[in-house]
Design a protein around this ligand. Structure first.
Ligand code: GLC
Ligand code: CA
Length: 556
């Protein structure tokens, strides 16, 4: 039978703090703002909050470059207000998860500043400092995922340091036991304060192949990836963190694992005594309209999406647990990608049903619940994200015309998910009383929380009832998954089954009419329709013809 655990029964709301709610009127989201919105978060029927990094950071990568792991960024508040948020969340039955970014620090972290001071400095070996292969030639041929080569030269030391991400994000040398002790101390600091667990940033990158050899095969802008992904000691390190820290707390961990297959994920999350993490965030289903990275666009292909969904549902069932999501701070808005801005509410509900009722723990990203859309800025320079700037630079170098580069950037940038949360139709969308740090989407008068709160047909209220339904139904939490009509290019149909009960989810990914026939052993008339996104729901000969982005969920 299923192995029941609290983390499997919860749903999590993700906050990207800079753009959630500004409580002190300086144009930047903060923890005072979060305090004001705890009741709102609770009203969504989620059970926990994952905070993208709240720590002090020079913001080269908006918080994913940490300069102090045991503190709060002054923009967001301080440890006292964090404790108020933590207590306020706990009082409401909401757990709190921190982002744990340990693959790299900021280059402004005191450890890095020390490490630069000399080869015999005690912190030197906290990072990967290496001599070049020869003058002006970095130690190996790896690429940075954010800008050019993965090595930066330091004249004082006549050595180079490794940075898989930007040069302001030097990689920590996890093979140094002192670094692992620091990580454990960071974990204990937050767990002792009462935090309930961690989302572990690019955790599959923390162990590098011995000797840091040059890659034999070059990959476009990602050479070397195979030499640090799921590296030789990663399982050892995670087992050590678990043995020495996590096992002493009733906490939860979700890892982030780019380019991952279910079999590899299971090496981290397989249930049993050697389980290192509770679940893994994978990217497979985020590639249905692009190639590897969001920037390399191609037309949306539903069959690709369904293949990814089903591969992970089947691959993990009964062995490990899935993390379910369609949006986070690293991807454009889902309605703009896989749905339709024209049929915003319809496609928003359909997309929600396409993943919330799968087997796994759902994550909902701020603004997703009200159907926030991509924000198209008119020049690359207006964007803030380091990743889109890098992609644009590469695209220009490859000779793409400026208009095409801009179009790709608009569609793919992470900044689409980072615009201020739209709370109301007031100035600055009710996010702040001052000019916000980043552009508010001009559609805020139409798309905002306030206008959806009391509307029973709003997307917001759909999320609320769908999450409640999930929480109340072991069928949705623990049931088996089965996909129907995998060959269909328009419909995604799946079933969940548990004891004698079954749930049938029908999602149309097109505005064209498509005939849906119930699978052989279903009689639609006998089912209870629990969700749909249109008012009238006729059944004709045990099926129906879909309206744009139609969705129906039947319980049997
Ligand atoms: C993860 C984060 C992303 C960040 C990167 C480097 O992928 O989600 O936002 O840029 O790691 O820390
Ligand atoms: Ca503020």
């Amino acid at each position: 039978m299923e192995n029941k655990r609290w983390y499997k029964e919860m749903a999590v709301y993700q906050i990207w703090p800079r753009s959630f709610c500004d409580g002190n009127g300086d144009g930047i989201g903060d923890l005072w703002g979060v305090l004001q919105k705890l009741d709102y978060i609770k009203s969504l029927n989620v059970d926990g909050i994952w905070f993208s990094p709240l720590y002090p950071s020079p913001n080269a990568d908006y918080g994913y470059d940490i300069s102090d792991y045991k503190n709060i960024h002054p923009d967001y508040g301080d440890l006292d207000v964090f404790k108020q948020v933590l207590d306020g969340a706990h009082e409401r039955g909401l757990r709190v998860f921190m982002d744990l970014v340990i693959n790299h620090t900021s280059d402004e972290h005191p450890w890095f500043i020390e490490s630069k001071k000399g080869k015999d400095n005690p912190y030197h070996d906290y990072y990967y400092w290496r001599p070049g292969r020869s003058l002006h030639r970095p130690p190996n041929n790896w690429d940075s995922l954010f800008e050019g080569g993965a090595w930066e030269y330091d004249e004082g030391l006549d050595e180079w340091y490794l940075h898989i991400f930007s040069k302001k994000q030097p990689d920590l040398n996890m093979s140094n036991p002192k670094v692992r002790e620091e990580v454990k101390s960071i974990m204990r600091f937050w767990l002792d304060m009462g935090v309930d667990g961690f989302r572990e940033d690019v955790i599959t990158y923390i162990s590098k192949v011995e000797g840091l050899p040059s890659a034999k095969i070059k990959l476009p802008a990602a050479t070397g990836m195979g030499y640090y992904t799921n590296g030789p000691h990663v399982h050892e390190y995670l087992a050590e963190f678990k043995r020495d820290v996590l096992d002493f707390y009733d906490c939860f961990t979700v890892g982030e694992g780019p380019r991952m297959e279910p079999e590899t994920a299971l090496s981290y999350v397989r249930e049993g005594k050697d389980q290192e993490l509770n679940m893994m965030i994978n990217f497979a289903h985020m590639e249905a309209d692009c190639f590897i990275t969001d920037f390399l666009q191609r037309p949306f292909d539903l069959r690709k999406l369904k293949k990814a969904f089903t591969k992970w549902q089947d691959g993990m069932y009964g062995k490990g647990w899935n993390a379910l999501y369609l949006e986070n701070h690293d991807h454009p808005r889902i309605i703009s990608r896989y749905g339709s801005e024209r049929y915003r509410t319809e496609s928003g509900k359909m997309l929600a049903a396409s993943y919330l009722f799968q087997c796994g723990t759902p994550f909902v990203y701020q603004g997703q619940e009200i159907g926030m859309l991509n924000n198209r800025l008119t020049s690359i320079d207006l964007y803030k994200d380091i990743m889109v700037k890098n992609n644009a630079r590469i695209a220009r170098k490859l000779g793409l015309p400026a208009s095409k580069v801009l179009e790709l950037a608009q569609k793919s940038t992470r900044d689409n998910a980072r615009t201020p949360m739209q709370w109301s139709d007031a100035e600055y969308a009710g996010f702040s009383t001052a000019t916000p740090w980043f552009y508010v989407n001009s559609n805020y008068k139409e798309i905002n929380v306030e206008s959806q709160l009391d509307d029973p047909d709003s997307l917001l209220n759909f999320y609320r009832s769908a999450l409640l339904f999930r929480r109340d139904n072991p069928l949705v939490i623990y049931g088996r998954y089965k996909e129907y009509y995998p060959e269909s290019k328009e419909l995604y149909v799946y079933e969940r089954s548990y004891d004698e009960r079954r749930l049938l989810v029908v999602c149309s990914f097109t505005e064209e009419p498509v005939r849906f026939d119930a699978p052989a052993d279903y009689e639609l008339e006998k089912g209870k329709r629990v969700f749909s996104n249109y008012e009238e729901n006729y059944i004709i000969s045990n099926g129906f013809t879909t309206r744009p982005y139609e969705m129906r969920v039947y319980l049997f």
